[in-house]
Ligand binder design. Structure first.
Ligand SMILES: C[S@@+](CC[C@H](N)C(=O)[O-])C[C@H]1O[C@@H](n2cnc3c(N)ncnc32)[C@H](O)[C@@H]1O
Ligand SMILES: Nc1nc2[nH]cc(C(=O)O)c2c(=O)[nH]1
Ligand code: SF4
Ligand SMILES: [Mg+2]
Length: 214
């Protein structure tokens, strides 16, 4: 299988329950809820995306013909040897929609190299086995197929997707992440107010944007 990757970079996880941890991000090309082209945004299922996931031209991006070559490219960005260190490596597969490409072969290849695997997914595709930290971020107007995982991270507010409709799903952590965009400060205040009155939910800020790291 050939994997199409927009970019691979070392940073700190900015969001959710692993915020602050060093991680190699592998951003796959393509998504099933938006083409990624600005002229298509208004008619997309997901219209608020903050990410460029078109093509393979980012830092460390490209077409990888095997899981081993992609896994080696990810490993090469980690600052130590995870197989001899007491700390496992951490890779975050994101996109675009990573579950359109992430498969058992790549999961095995990362585990063999001493990595723990985190995924950021929109939940429209059932996740393969073996993911160590599964973050699902449901999108209004799409069908949620993956209804369990480690954390549920709802971009808030989303007309047509009330947090209460998700609160019984099988996740350990429930986050509201204020929608970035023209109404960001209003959205932050709305998320704070919701979390204060619905303690099952915590606030996830996009800390990488505050600090200016990728
Ligand atoms: C770019 S998406 C890629 C992974 C996957 N397609 C998804 O939507 O979960 C990564 C994370 O950013 C979130 N996100 C995207 N646009 C956002 C925005 N404008 N404000 C806040 N979070 C956003 C998504 O909900 C998701 O949790
Ligand atoms: N630092 C950092 N943390 C992130 N957490 C989720 C991200 C994503 O785009 O999936 C992301 C990202 O793009 N950068
Ligand atoms: S599902 Fe994720 S990658 Fe796709 S358009 Fe929405 S936020 Fe962006
Ligand atoms: Mg991002």
């Amino acid at each position: 299988m050939t994997y199409s990757v927009k970019e691979i970079f070392l940073t700190l996880q900015g969001e959710g329950g692993q915020a602050g941890r060093a991680a190699v991000f592998c951003r796959f090309t393509g998504c099933n809820l938006w083409t990624g082209r600005e002229e298509d945004r208004a008619k997309a299922v997901c219209q608020f995306c903050d990410t460029d996931f078109i093509g393979t031209d980012g830092d460390g991006g490209g077409k990888f013909e095997t899981a081993d070559t992609l896994a080696d490219a990810i490993l090469s960005q980690w600052p130590e040897n995870p197989l001899t260190s007491s700390t496992p490596g951490l890779v975050v597969f994101t996109g675009g929609e990573p579950l359109l490409q992430l498969d058992a072969t790549l999961i095995d290849a990362m585990h063999k190299r001493g990595f723990s695997i985190a995924v950021e997914s929109n939940g429209t595709v059932v996740a393969p086995a073996g993911i160590d930290w599964l973050c699902i971020s449901p999108k209004a107007g799409s069908t949620l197929e993956q209804t369990s995982g480690t954390e549920l991270k709802l971009v808030f507010p989303q007309p047509g997707l009330d947090p209460a409709s998700l609160s019984k799903l099988d996740f350990k952590h429930f986050w509201l992440q204020p929608m970035d965009g023209p109404n960001q400060s209003t959205n932050i205040q709305a998320a704070i107010a919701y979390c204060m009155t619905h303690p099952q939910w915590g606030l996830s800020l996009q800390t990488h944007k505050l600090t200016g790291i990728p």
